[in-house]
Design a protein around this ligand. Sequence first.
Ligand code: PLP
Length: 373
Amino acid sequence: MKKIYLDNAATTPLREEVITEMMLVLQNDFGNPSSTHSFGRGAKNIMETSRKSIAKLLGCAAQEIIFTSSATEATNWILKSAVKDLNIQRIITSKIEHHATLYTVLHLQNQYGIEVNYVNILPSGAIDTTHLVTLLSKDVKTLVSLMHVNNEIGTVLDIEKTGRICYQHHAIFHCDTVQSIGKTEFNLHELPVDFIVASAHKFHGPKGVGFAYVKKGMLLQPFLFGGEQEKGLRAGTEAVHQVAGMAKALDLSYEHLDTERKYIADLKNYCSTLLQFNFPEIKTNGSDTFYNILNVLLPFSEEKTAMILFNLDIKGIAVSRGSACQSGSVKPSHVLAEILAEEDLKKPSLRISFGHYNTKEDIDALIDGLKGI
Ligand code: PLP
């Protein structure tokens, strides 16, 4: 049975060149980057070359890139340190953020008594910027944390506009760009944003490695204490092969961006058209969504909700009901809960997320699979 992977927002397969790069580093550059001998210097050189390469692709300085084990770690660090060290007294976020943000914010609220405001979500799944402006009119030291591309429904935040609003109100802006790094262009020195986070496994790189962009002048304090790695901000011996793999993956993503973006957008279009044709009552969750994510409300009965992923999985087709962390649970998605009516929330919604390894045949198989349910 041919297996079909249509869950690229959860994670992505590694590119061959990334595996080759990582194997080379694992075999030849096992030195500890903190060692001063040639083995250490070789490993250190890989770390710094990777940092420079990532920074160049995103339009920032190499010193502004701090490697972490994941985007979750990067977000935890940034939000915690902003409260503890930058004297942030209020966080404005939204109820459709990833749990890496939502649960960190809740923790900070419980632990440090900071104020938390949730900006309204429009029925389209977009952030209500008028409400954001109203919230920001209160004069208190604020950090705004809003994601760029929503991982469940694919709605897109206008970073430029949101950042400008934040800066006009002297608020700090953290943006979770996990779903968009490597999939759209960034010029960080032109963008009004203070922090972004990324995760290599979302752009065909390895798991267990990511990075934070920390704008120059944002004086965060260490998350982990120990050695002097990452300028003392993130102690722990560096995962050199992971970092090299991440830099290679990002490089290839931007090298092929134009062709892959068009190819993936066409696939999404094809899928959307076939779904509409075969299930005329189908509805799309979220409007103006990113080119690789399609979230649909299927016109199936409530009883089918729990079984649908299982039935597709038996046929070798991998899609998702929400974020990967929630797909195994029958709890409704916290994102869909913000935009769907109660009765629709109980019905089956599917997140189909595409990558450049997918083909039209994969989509034909998905449609056949759904027709058989
Ligand atoms: N933010 C978003 C939008 C995500 O999709 C994910 C991954 O699912 C994360 C954060 C967490 O990233 P990581 O897997 O690196 O912890």
